[in-house]
Design a binder for this molecule. Structure first.
Ligand code: CA
Length: 564
């Protein structure tokens, strides 16, 4: 057993490359001493006492756990597929009324669908930093679009150190270079749908004439195909789709162009009883979609600046063809038309992602890897699909808060499972480590979902969650807020406005009736405020980043390549 555990230790020290020699724990202690003097975490004051060295601590934990022995045999491969802005209610397994996703649904059939997975800060970059670190935004330092400090502890570094062959392919969106990956090929910033550029550690490549979802899929499969035999792999396959500006490939675009998409129940929400925040938002289908979003074609005689200006206009009338006749749409008819254009394109980009999942699953089948590979499909957060008249995310309302999460792991998950336990994006990193039979560092704030996935929910499993959104006013004038969601209620506090919303999720699942301040709600309100305060303290949020809007980092140097 000792020999088996020792085989991890050299891998830990030489960056994941297999070394055949045997090293004892005692021989490593001087090296840990050296690490003790290393300034490994520039921002460690955020989450550690002044004298602690988190890198040393987690290495020590790791080595001790390895020394007591964990069976390394048959550790599962992990394929983590994450799209960008894919709402659960646009997935068949979650009861979509607007589309079909047969390949993603296969994961639900052959594995599990988790129905209560929530994001802790509903926006791209912070969710990605949380998934990597297992920490809330105020601890990992990424509250808005600021740059992630890649020298921090991440699940990729730990898996790589634990012997996994690791890759990050697709949308990274964290400003700094990826670390902890044997291979990375990322889109700069948001990336683009057509003719995408990918950055690597050593160069860049433009895929002229190619569609981004297809390229990401092929690069991911190429990574799996070339993984070293006898070593488990960890692949983060991150799609750009279905993020704005929702540009489908030609085939899917044509297929959805004629589709009529049902409007959601709350499409015409008047925001009655809700606070100023919802009234002030600028992410409305009715008013905030641009000509570019709607794929309107500019006049041909515009120069570059005028062309960009034309596309950025949010039109209040549109002249288009309806049933072969040219008509000018305004008012309610225009709003309905905008919704159709938005959703047709959004869903067409989703369909390419669904195709991609099918290709990955087929490839695993053909390669004999299905049995020992965990496959996850999720999105970095939810999205409004016209719900409350909105597009985008950010708000703590259900459609934006809920992440899709489907997982297949034949060895551990009963096919067709439906899991209602409350899970969060802080849980993903601990889950990967646990599945890989590696220890979870104490500074990770989530919990492993492995017992939950195996159908044994621990008695002390969470029944409430903490949320905090910072990007105010941001791109959509969305007001900063934090809040608590229990299994039955939600309390939201817009702290810069000192306004509250309280919803009964059982009797008002669409969150249309703000109960805050209503007679008879005093005890419920007090209980939820107490729970909110308890959670805020438990996750160590003492407002340390509440009033600071950190500068954007996503367009910073992805290594040396920017600006050349
Ligand atoms: Ca996103």
């Amino acid at each position: 057993m000792l020999n088996q555990s020792n085989r991890f230790i050299p891998a830990l020290l030489v960056g994941g490359h297999a070394v055949q020699s045997t090293v004892t724990v005692a021989a490593l202690l001087p090296i840990l001493g050296i690490l003790g003097t290393t300034e490994y975490y520039p921002n460690r004051e955020l989450n550690h006492p002044p004298n602690s060295n988190p890198m040393r601590e987690f290495l020590l934990i790791f080595i001790l756990a390895a020394a007591v022995g964990s069976s390394a045999a048959n550790r599962p491969n992990i394929v983590y597929i994450m799209s960008d802005d894919h709402a659960a209610h646009a997935i068949g397994a979650y009861g979509s009324h607007v589309n079909h996703t047969p390949n993603i649904d296969r994961l639900a059939r052959e594995g599990a669908v988790l129905t209560n997975v929530f994001v802790t800060n509903s926006i791209c970059t912070p969710s990605r930093a949380t998934i990597l670190t297992g920490q809330y935004s105020h601890i990992n330092g990424v509250t808005v679009f600021n740059r992630f400090d890649s020298s921090r502890m991440t699940v990729a570094r730990l898996l790589q150190a634990g012997g996994y062959y690791t890759a990050m392919i697709g949308k990274w969106h964290l400003g700094s270079d990826p670390a902890g990956f044997d291979r990375w090929e990322i889109l700069p910033g948001q990336g683009v749908y057509m003719d995408p550029v990918f950055y690597t550690a050593t160069g860049e490549k433009t895929y002229t004439g190619r569609y981004v979802t297809d390229v990401i899929t092929e690069l991911g499969l190429d990574f799996i195909r070339n993984s070293p035999k006898g070593r488990p792999f960890f692949l983060m396959l991150h799609h750009k789709a279905p993020h704005r500006p929702w540009e489908p490939d030609a085939a899917h675009g044509a297929r959805f162009a004629g589709e009529w998409i049902p409007e959601p129940e709350t499409f015409w929400d008047t925001y009655n009883t809700r606070t100023d925040a919802l009234h002030e938002n600028q992410q409305r289908v009715a008013k905030d979609l641009t000509r570019r979003d709607l794929k309107l074609v500019p006049p041909g005689d515009l120069d570059v600046a005028a062309h960009a200006e034309w596309l950025a206009v949010k039109p209040d009338s549109v002249t288009t063809e309806v049933d072969g006749k040219t008509v000018t749409l305004t008012g309610e008819a225009l709003v309905r038309w905008k919704y159709q254009r938005y959703m047709q394109d959004y869903l067409a980009t989703v369909q390419s992602v669904d195709d991609s999942v099918g290709k990955v699953l087929d490839f695993l089948d053909r390669s004999g890897l299905t049995k020992n590979t965990i496959v996850i499909y999720t999105s970095d957060q939810g999205f409004f699909l016209g719900d409350h008249g909105l597009f985008d995310k950010r708000f703590m309302y259900e459609e934006s808060l809920r992440m899709p999460f489907l997982i297949r792991w034949p060895e551990s998950i009963k096919a067709g499972s439906r899991i209602d336990a409350m899970a969060l994006n802080v849980d993903f990193a601990p889950t990967f480590l646990d599945a890989a039979q590696l220890p979870v560092p104490a500074e990770m704030q989530g919990r492993s979902l492995v017992p939950v996935l195996r159908g044994r929910v621990p008695a002390d499993w969470r029944t409430s969650m903490y949320y905090r959104y910072y990007h105010d006013p941001g791109d959509h004038n969305t007001r900063a807020h934090y809040g608590v969601r229990t299994r039955t209620h939600k309390l939201i506090y817009f702290w810069k406005k000192d306004q509250w919303e309280l919803f009964d999720l059982v009797n008002d699942p669409y969150e249309l009736n703000n109960l805050y301040g209503q007679r008879g709600q005093e005890k419920l309100t007090a209980d939820l405020k107490a729970e909110l305060a308890r959670l805020k303290k438990a996750v160590k949020d003492d407002d340390q980043l509440a009033n600071e809007q950190l500068p954007n980092g996503v367009d910073g140097p992805v290594a040396k390549l920017r600006g050349k």
